[in-house]
Design a protein around this ligand. Structure first.
Ligand SMILES: Cc1cc2nc3c(=O)[nH]c(=O)nc-3n(C[C@H](O)[C@H](O)[C@H](O)COP(=O)(O)O)c2cc1C
Length: 560
């Protein structure tokens, strides 16, 4: 049965799933993981730069012997055009991708005293251009901030978003783009930390106000949201919206519990710290897309103490065919990851490679004995909720697999509901050769290239690679049963999954591109889910392609 956009209306049923797309396509560049005999997570031996704040000083403090080896940075390279001297026209490359390369995510570190940085615990902002930490505030040594709540040698990483960085270009879509980017940053930190023997968990109990104080973001003047979009001078629109704070702790630390109530009480005192630094202004004039700020306001999370902080046992991702990986180190994969701008419409992927990539997209990994649901594998384990995001795959060129629409169920509790709300004529057949522990289903056969391209704002990268995928979120029930503040968290989950797809693509010798631009309603009707809100979709392509900076070589790699 061919998949057709035009007649794919499906039944009108209650809408439980929102499709989201973040497209990933592929391209050339490189890399991958090392030790062939070990599963993916164990191969994460050299890391990555991480985001921001895992700054060198911390590595010196916590892991001195590994510092030179691993060292990290959010920013990986400076590039110049060929034949031009460095400095002529340069731009930076980052570990994490970002919608429109606008990088709205800011990073903070909250760490214990470090000899070479600060004689007391401190809060610092990461300045990517300088690859430096900017000290924001000292935390009094006697406050017991770290030893009361976290294992020895732990520290915190916080993320905030400047909506304006995306909004000047993308208008109201900035809200979702910023949150996708947060997910990519979360995954980058988690993978980097794992490579150094650390584990990471989101401090989910904290509320908006706690995060604001922890990162010193309460210093921004309050922004009065207008009732409609307006143009003018609104410097206060450039405020930083606190997203989340992660605790990074030595892997295998004995179990610890975070008392959010007490932690929040201590954080309240951060408002009287001597906060330093004033962010520079980005623009002289602004356009306020009011809906961004009203949405952000509506989904602000309060302090929640109901769910205890828990670190789940670790499970590695399933192994099906390790030979598909090119033998690059994790560090190479991470630092050389780039987005493709074009696909060759020719390259074909093996079925085994396709299955292997998808095994690494599963939240529970392999060997837990349970269904896919809990987030136990890297990097998904950083998130504190059960998987709520699935993937609808458009297979264009995978050797041994018929072209068509497939579905990866990442939370197997949802399968009955999915079958009910999606088109009744979908097949839900396990494809040939599919590993038993991979909940992948063939829905319908047919050439989906034009469909995928049409859904993705007519971008060729959606049709010209090996496959693309849209992410489908368990939307309304999650918001209803948990709370509306799960809304940005669903985007974070898609970003984490997107980061895995980027790394996997490079690991098998190709590349990927996130695509944040898609048409909501056609995406919904393709799956047959009606009346839903689509939040984003992701597609993932593979193909030999011309590369964004294909002919350019890094002029310097200052921090490797
Ligand atoms: C959430 C998200 C959405 C994106 N959307 C698109 C898109 O619609 N089209 C596209 O060509 N690239 C898209 N990209 C890729 C970015 O343009 C790319 O990450 C950025 O230019 C930085 O380049 P790099 O990934 O090579 O570091 C997206 C990336 C992310 C993370």
């Amino acid at each position: 049965m061919p998949v057709a956009l035009a007649d794919s209306t499906g039944p009108t049923s209650p809408t439980h799933f929102a499709a989201t797309f973040l497209l990933l396509s592929s391209l050339f560049y490189i890399s991958l993981l090392t030790v062939k005999t070990k599963p993916y997570h164990l191969r994460v031996t050299t890391i990555i730069s991480l985001c921001t704040l895992l700054s060198l000083h911390l590595f010196l403090l916590l892991n001195p012997s590994q510092f030179l080896q691993f060292h990290n940075s959010f920013m990986t390279h400076w590039l110049s055009p060929p034949g031009k001297p460095p400095g002529f026209s340069t731009w930076s490359l980052r570990v994490n991708p970002s919608s429109g390369n606008l990088h709205p995510t800011e990073s903070y570190i909250i760490a214990p005293a470090i000899d070479s940085v600060c004689d007391s615990p401190f809060v610092a902002h990461y300045a990517p251009k300088e690859h430096a930490l900017e000290l924001r505030a000292k935390i009094p040594s006697g406050s017991g901030f770290f030893n009361k709540f976290f294992p020895k040698n732990s520290f915190l990483i916080g993320f905030s978003s400047i909506f304006w960085r995306e909004a000047w270009k993308y208008g109201e879509r900035a809200f979702r783009y910023c949150n996708h980017d947060v997910g990519h940053a979360i995954a980058a930190v988690t993978m980097a930390a794992a490579g150094l023997g650390w584990d990471v968990k989101i401090l989910e109990g904290l509320g908006y106000k706690d995060l604001e104080k922890l990162m010193g973001l309460h210093i921004f003047p309050e922004f009065q949201i207008p009732s409609k979009p307006v143009k003018g001078k609104f410097p206060e629109i450039e405020f930083e919206h606190p997203d989340c704070v992660l605790v990074v702790f030595p892997s295998g630390s004995r179990e610890f519990d975070v008392n959010y109530e007490k932690l929040s009480l201590l954080i309240k005192e951060f408002s009287v710290l001597d906060w330093k630094g004033k962010p520079n202004l980005l623009s002289k004039e602004h356009i306020c897309w009011d809906i961004i700020y009203r949405t952000a306001e509506a989904v602000k999370k309060p302090l929640t103490t109901r769910d205890a902080f828990a670190v789940d046992p670790f499970y590695g991702s399933g192994i099906f065919n390790e030979n598909c990986y090119k033998g690059f180190t994790v560090r190479e994969v991470v630092r050389k990851r780039r987005s493709a701008v074009d696909m060759d419409e020719v390259t074909t992927m093996d079925r085994e490679t396709f299955y292997q990539i998808l095994l690494h997209c599963l939240p529970s990994g392999s060997g837990s004995g349970g269904k896919q649901k809990r987030q136990l594998a890297l990097p998904f384990r950083v998130l504190s909720w059960d998987a709520e995001v699935h993937a609808a795959l458009f297979v264009h060129r995978v050797k041994g697999l018929p072209k068509g629409l497939y579905f990866l169920v990442r939370n197997e509790d949802h399968i009955g509901e999915l079958k009910k709300v999606m088109r009744p004529d979908f097949e839900w057949q396990k494809p040939e050769g599919c590993p038993d522990d991979l909940p992948l289903y063939e829905l319908a056969r047919g050439d989906c290239r034009q469909l995928a391209k049409g859904l993705s704002c007519h971008q060729d990268i959606a049709s010209d690679g090996c496959f693309s995928l849209g992410m489908v979120a368990h939307f309304e029930p999650t918001l209803r049963n948990n709370n509306v503040w799960m809304y940005p968290r669903l985007f974070w989950e898609t970003g984490v999954l997107g980061q895995v797809l980027y790394l996997e693509a490079h690991a098998v010798g190709i590349s990927a591109t996130g695509i944040g631009c898609f048409f909501d309603d056609p995406c919904a009707s393709t799956s047959g889910v009606d009346g839903i809100k689509l939040s984003k979709s992701i597609s993932f392509y593979r193909g030999r392609s011309s590369l964004r900076q294909a002919d350019y070589e890094p002029t310097s790699i200052p921090r490797s």
